[in-house]
Write a protein that binds this ligand. Structure first.
Ligand code: NDP
Length: 254
């Protein structure tokens, strides 16, 4: 049980070894957060992010957590609390798309994995976080940001409908949990990036997707990771103290 407010926010960022999660971690460190950062396999890159955050003044605990393993996901919040004594923020960022292709070719085993990592793991981690944060359970409140995607509303035809479905489910988590837990001091919001320049597109089999999609983006360019991180930092800050259930779309006009 928490008896005193922490002097610094303590925020968990999943999938922080590279891409959007690494940018979020670095910005949060600059804003005065202590951090629990997770990665799946790229330990060297994760350690580099840890060092950058520490150089910005943050205390950082780095954990290897494969979100495909829901038992491991369930241990994340307890491990973070054990390390820092409390958790005040959570960014559900780790995610995968599956291979780009027509809907009729989407393999069910891959779709199961997409839903485990993008939906079931965030459910498990968010349940543990809210149980820790909720003021009616002795917590001090907190703030959760789900990293969704513009795909949740476009549906991503001919690309990855199942991924879009998983992000629509994450949006429903924000909508429902924001209302259920607003009375007990927990804010839940979404950031929905459009196509952003990271390695996720190579993993989907289309490394040049950001530049290929640029003509269809009103700003005629993909997003950069720091442009997504700014919205997350805002939602975790006191400036957003009356904001819950919001979806900030950072998608160049799409
Ligand atoms: P990247 O592929 O660049 O990075 C993914 C991060 O998540 C890495 O830190 C990786 O760890 C981690 N990760 C991947 N799989 C797992 C797993 N099974 N368990 C735990 N961690 C895992 O992704 P992005 O930065 O592009 O994406 C971050 C989030 O933003 C995702 O939820 C994605 O859906 C969303 N998004 C991205 C967009 C884009 O265009 N880039 C657009 C819209 C939404 P490791 O390095 O160890 O592999």
């Amino acid at each position: 049980m928490n008896t005193a407010a922490p002097t610094r926010p303590v925020t968990i960022v999943t999938g922080a070894s590279r891409g959007i999660g690494a940018a979020i971690a670095t910005r949060l460190a600059e804003e005065g957060h202590d951090l629990v950062l997770t990665y799946r396999e790229r330990a060297d890159e994760a350690i580099a992010v840890q060092r950058a955050c520490e150089a910005a003044g943050a205390r950082v605990v780095l954990l290897q957590v494969d979100m495909d393993d829901l038992d491991a996901a369930a241990r994340l919040v307890p491990d973070a609390v054990a390390a820092f004594g409390t958790v005040t923020g959570l960014v559900n960022n780790a995610g995968i798309t599956g291979r780009i292709g027509p809907f009729l070719d989407a393999p069910l085993d891959e779709t199961e994995r997409v839903f485990r990592i993008n939906v079931l793991a965030p459910i498990v981690v968010t349940q543990a976080a809210i149980a820790h944060m909720a003021t009616d359970r002795g917590g001090a409140g907190g703030s959760i940001v789900n990293i969704s995607s513009g795909a949740a509303k476009s549906g991503s035809p001919n690309t990855y409908i199942t991924y879009a479905m998983s992000k629509a489910a994450l949006n429903a988590l924000t909508t429902g949990a924001s209302k259920e837990f607003a009375p007990v001091g927990v804010r839940v919001n979404t950031v929905s990036p459009g196509t952003t320049r990271t390695e996720i597109h190579a993993a989907a089999g289309r490394p040049n997707a950001p530049d290929e999609r640029a003509p269809g983006i009103p700003m005629r360019r993909p997003g950069e990771v720091h442009e997504i991180a700014g919205a997350v930092v805002y939602l975790l800050s006191d400036d957003a103290s009356y904001t819950t259930g919001a979806d900030i779309r950072v998608a160049g006009g799409n």
